[in-house]
Design a protein around this ligand. Structure first.
Ligand SMILES: [Zn+2]
Length: 278
């Protein structure tokens, strides 16, 4: 229905063609894929973060090499970026000599297609980073970790941006899928693992935390942890020794540290008891 406005409606992105080509190519680090995917698996609510990298105008290519996970103020269906994390990200990017090149968020169980609200956010970012030549080197990524209808345990990813043309309703710029490739000859960075450990620290007491020991696929006896590990492994493109070491470190991290702190759990129980008694 033209004219109706529902900010939560998902809009399937269009595809660029040879007649309407993408404004630039996108190349992504496996460390970025690992961290976005890892972050998305931790919570039943939407997570959000910023992407750092470089845009090379002469080669019309964007390289995405760094992830800054942000805190979100999630309201169940949609999440907004906490402004303080955005300010903190600015400092880290400046220190590392990186440009803002994108943002990511998760759709925990539903299609990785942008909502109208997502498109509005994306368009605002693109306009903010528009260059003098008119190019807007800023992309969005949506990760869907737990779509049980999806046959594979590997998460679904959507790389996308707002096109220059408007949707038929005239309400928002038409979203387009961005093709992306992966950087070559990369190493697994130690920083990626330490960022994962920080996320575990941040989320282990979160009430919407995903219980990793819970079953994900009943018929195949796949736990949520197995699902996470399989999805992470799919991004790794290094020698099998290095990959195995990394994966076993992650498995250990999740088994040992990604559970609610005992004391807090007890105090929560006590609080509930008090509530019931009062
Ligand atoms: Zn969204």
């Amino acid at each position: 229905m033209v004219g109706s406005y529902d900010p939560f409606r998902l809009v399937p992105p269009h595809h660029y063609t040879s007649r309407n080509p993408a404004p630039f190519r996108v190349s992504v680090s496996m460390n970025v894929m690992l961290l976005m995917d890892f972050h998305a698996h931790l919570a039943h609510t939407e997570i959000i973060g910023l992407l750092g990298g470089h845009y090379f105008p002469d080669r019309e290519i964007m390289e995405v090499i760094y992830v800054y996970p942000c805190k979100s103020s999630s309201t169940g269906f949609q999440c907004e970026m906490d402004p303080a994390s955005e300010v903190a990200a600015r400092e880290v990017f400046a220190e590392k000599g990186l440009e803002f090149v994108g943002w990511y968020h998760s759709h925990p169980t539903f299609d990785p297609q942008p909502s109208i609200r997502d498109i509005e956010n994306q368009t605002q970012y693109q306009e903010m980073w528009r260059r003098e030549d008119g190019v807007e080197p800023f992309i969005g990524v949506i990760v869907t970790p737990y779509d049980i209808e999806h046959d594979s345990n590997v998460s679904r990813f959507q790389f996308w941006m707002s096109g220059t043309n408007y949707d038929l309703s005239g309400q928002f710029r038409t979203p387009y899928s961005c093709q992306h490739s992966f950087l070559q000859n990369e190493n697994l960075q130690e920083e990626t693992f330490s960022q994962m450990a920080s996320l575990v620290e941040e989320y282990h007491n979160y009430d919407q935390r995903v219980n990793m020991s819970e079953t994900y696929r009943k018929d195949e006896e796949v736990s949520r942890l197995d699902k996470l590990i399989e999805s992470l492994s799919s991004h790794i493109n290094v020698s099998s020794n290095a990959a195995e070491t990394f994966i076993s470190q992650v498995r250990e991290l999740m088994s040992a540290d990604f559970r609610p702190n005992k004391n807090e759990e007890t105090s929560k129980l006590d609080a509930t008891k008090e509530l019931i008694l009062s």
